[in-house]
Structure formats: C-alpha cells, structure tokens
Design a protein around this ligand. Structure first.
Ligand code: HEC
Length: 181
C-alpha cells in the first residue's frame, strides 16, 4: 500500500514537472530569448506546451527598424508612407497580439509583393522577433523614443534609394501627363 502511494506520487510529480519548469515568468523568458532558445524545447523533454513568449518592446523598437518594417510603415512620424502607419494610437484595445498577426496575414499578399519589389526579398521573422515587434506597436511610451537614430545605416540607404526612385517616377509621370504641343 505504502509502495503504491509512492509510485502514484512519483507519477504525479513527473506529470506536473513540465508545468513547474515553465511557470516562473523569468524562466519562460530565458527559454524564449536565451541563446539555446528553441533547442531546449526541441529536446523533447517538455513536449508540446502552449506558452506566451515574453514581449520586449525595446527590442521590438530596434527590430521594427532593422527588419525593414520602417521602410513602408511609420511610427512616431518616422518611416515610409507606402503602407498604413502603425502608431499605438491606431491599435484597437484591449491588446490582442494575435489580432495584429491576423492583420499582417490579411495584408500579406500586398506586403510580400512590395517587400520583394523594394527590399529584394520577403522579411524573415522568428516568433520572438514578431512578439517583440507586436509589443512595440502597442507601447506608446516606447514609440515616443523611436527616431531616425534607430534605423541602421543599410536600411536608411535603402529608404533614400526608394525615395529617390519614387521621385524620379513622379517626375516621369508629370512629363508624360504634360499636354503635348
Ligand atoms: C515593402 C513594404 C512593406 C514592408 C517592408 C512591411 N510592410 Fe506591412 N504592409 C505593407 C503593405 C503594402 C500592406 C497592405 C496595406 C493594405 O492592404 O492596405 C501592409 C500591411 C501591414 C499590416 C496590416 C495593416 C492594417 O491596416 O491592417 C500590418 C499589421 C503590417 N503590414 C505590419 C508590418 C510589419 C510588422 C512589418 C515588418 C516586419 C512590415 N509590415 C513590413 C507594406 C510593407
């Protein structure tokens, strides 16, 4: 009898283990952002566990610029005008991160076409990148800090290049629209 109880308790502890490992918020954040990242999860020990990633708006501010979202979308008045601005004031509350992903999904066809045109390729994002960007687009305080200084040189060059070629197109259009004599 005593032995069976011990076995049952051990089984119960084993079954609950993954939850104890995952529950502390800091630990979860470390899992998501640590260098080992997904590898730990793929080790198979924890099995499939649904978990909200940590959402880091400050990192998202950097990614919004370095990943190139800023080429087409603006925040705090900084960025391209070819796609809707993504200021927090335009986000519907209360915040649902999946709603933002769904909006990206709806805009995906136009967005990917344009990314291939303007950036030469489709932007590649990990789940962590996206969760940080989503934190940033919903964080008005972090957005106030967003400035040209966040845009890496390479992306800035690209934006300048696109702007110049668009000005060129406008001029060409003007000329072709000019009444012929
Ligand atoms: C090359 C231009 C370009 C880049 C770069 C780009 N987008 Fe877009 N984005 C678009 C276009 C075009 C649309 C579609 C707008 C429409 O359908 O009206 C769009 C739509 C969206 C939408 C839906 C907007 C809405 O009003 O519902 C979201 C959200 C979005 N993009 C987020 C992002 C994020 C985050 C990044 C960076 C990871 C990014 N975009 C990079 C061009 C771009």
């Amino acid at each position: 009898m005593h032995k069976r109880n011990t076995i049952a308790t051990a089984a119960l502890i084993a079954a609950l283990m993954p939850m104890f490992v995952l529950l502390p918020a800091d630990r979860a954040a470390a899992n998501m952002h640590g260098a080992a990242g997904g590898a730990q999860m793929e080790g198979g020990q924890m099995g499939p566990v649904l978990m909200m990633p940590s959402m880091n708006a400050a990192r998202g501010r950097k990614l919004f610029a370095s990943k190139g979202c800023v080429v087409c979308h603006s925040i705090n008045g900084v960025g391209g005008k070819d796609a809707p601005a993504l200021d927090a004031s335009t986000m519907r509350g209360p915040m649902n991160p999946f709603e933002f992903a769904a909006r990206m999904w709806r805009g995906a066809e136009a967005m990917i076409y344009m990314q291939q045109e303007e950036l030469g390729e489709q932007i590649d994002l990990t789940g962590d990148d996206l969760s940080d960007i989503i934190a940033f687009v919903h964080d008005p305080e972090e957005q106030k800090k967003f400035s040209e200084a966040d845009i890496p040189e390479q992306v800035r060059e690209l934006m300048k290049h696109i702007e110049e070629s668009e000005e060129g197109e406008d001029e060409a259009e003007h000329r072709s629209n000019a009444p012929k004599e």
